[in-house]
Design a protein. Structure first.
Length: 411
């Protein structure tokens, strides 16, 4: 289908512009501006509308990765530019010094220090320009180090074996949920987001539990044993405009936690998110190649080597059941370290009204902590839900006061 015509309406005095598709939109824009001298506005036809550069560049980089013969990704660093408004995150920096910007119907590529300037009017033209820059960046192998981490290929094989040994009974849906928890941990929890959460911060433990669960849910929705777009998964996690259970966007959450006067929270969240996106893209490109080498099932099983006790993991149902049993019993072994604390009695007898009904409470926890209210989630965290014993109790449990199973002997 042919794209309908677009026009760029520019306020020639201030430089403010708007892309419109109908005359009424143009008139509305003009009427919104103050009076200026003669011929204050210019209107020119624009089109067709081009996709934003990040998607074009990640596809281009993935194609370059596919041309490699050594199993490595091509040395292309991709870092989106994150501004105050997540809607404006349209520009991309490559290799730290090549700037690609977008203006609806045109891409502009600026070389290092603004020494070069190119324009592209299609994704194909942009890719051709970037090809020339890519030739200037060659991979330099790192020298061998006896203290480096194990070979990634060995880790993938090991992880897949561990998954089979520990969770061989899990069905495909359960495996994909477990993989989602591990991916979320790597690309969301163990990132600058943890710094936003640390110390004196509006990002409390209960909020963090809800956000982690919501992020896990998004990742799970993008996983299958048929196809996974690894780059898209990474970018979905760190998307600055993603709306969280708090009603904030990811960027708004980061800005709310930002405090230039506090060393623990002085880092600019816009720069944090840009670096997280760079890491997520690199992660996605790497696992795209790993999938070609090992297959999708082996790669997903690799992520499932461990159970971190989150919503979506095999142990979550057990954690929920034991926590709910504990909140109805002061003598439960879960409270052995808490029942003498001055806060315990008030906490124990002041369960939030929306989870007062144990049946509804159970339903919400099993469905996901992101469905809890802020107050309910904080109450669960204060009750140490994350420290509920996860042992299967097959051989007793000293922590819970259960004796070991007695082995039968022949008389």
């Amino acid at each position: 289908m042919k794209n309908s015509a677009l026009w760029r309406v520019v306020d020639n005095e201030s430089g403010t512009e708007s892309i419109v598709s109908t005359p009424s939109e143009a008139v509305a824009f003009v009427n919104s501006r103050f009076d200026t001298d003669d011929e204050p506005f210019s209107i020119t036809e624009v089109g067709p509308l081009l996709p934003k550069p990040l998607g074009v560049i990640t596809v281009w980089a993935a194609e370059k990765d596919g041309e490699q013969t050594d199993g490595r990704t091509t040395p292309i660093l991709i870092k989106p530019v994150v501004l105050d408004s997540a809607i404006d995150c349209d520009d991309v920096v490559l290799w730290g010094d090549v700037y690609v910007s977008w203006n609806h119907d045109m891409y502009t590529v600026e070389g290092p220090d603004g020494s070069e300037y190119s324009e592209a009017y299609s994704a194909a033209e942009l890719s051709e320009i970037l090809d020339e820059y890519a030739d200037c960046y060659e991979y330099v192998p790192e020298e061998a180090d006896s203290h480096t981490l194990p070979n990634p290929r060995e880790l993938i094989r090991y992880g897949a074996r561990e998954c089979t040994d520990r969770f061989g009974h899990l069905d495909d849906d359960a495996l994909l949920w477990l993989a989602a928890t591990r991916i979320t941990l790597a690309l969301w929890r163990n990132t600058p987001v943890e710094n936003w959460h640390a110390g004196k911060s509006p990002l409390h433990d209960g909020t963090m539990m809800r956000i982690n669960a919501a992020t896990t849910r998004i990742v799970r929705s993008m996983l299958s044993f048929d196809h996974v777009d690894w780059i898209a998964v990474g970018l979905a996690i760190v998307d600055p405009s993603r709306v969280l259970p708090t009603g904030q966007s990811v960027l708004e959450l980061g800005l709310a936690c930002h405090n230039p006067d506090d060393p623990a929270h002085s880092a600019d969240p816009r720069e944090d998110l840009a670096e997280m996106a760079q890491d997520a893209i690199a992660w996605g490109r790497t696992y795209r190649l790993r999938e070609k080498e090992f297959g999708l099932r082996t790669l997903i099983e690799f992520f499932c080597a461990f159970d971190n006790g989150w919503f979506g993991s095999p142990s979550w149902g057990r954690i929920v059941d034991r926590f709910l049993k504990a909140v109805d019993d002061r003598e439960n072994a879960h409270w052995r370290l808490h029942r003498d604390e001055p806060w315990f009695e008030k906490w124990f007898t002041n369960r939030p009204a929306d989870i007062a009904n144990t049946t509804e409470f159970r339903r919400l926890l099993h469905a996901g902590p992101d469905l809890l209210s802020e107050e309910a989630a904080e109450w669960c965290v204060e009750g140490a839900i994350r420290y509920v014993c996860q042992d299967d109790h097959a051989h007793g449990c000293l922590r819970c006061g259960l004796p070991p199973a007695t082995e039968s002997t022949n008389g």
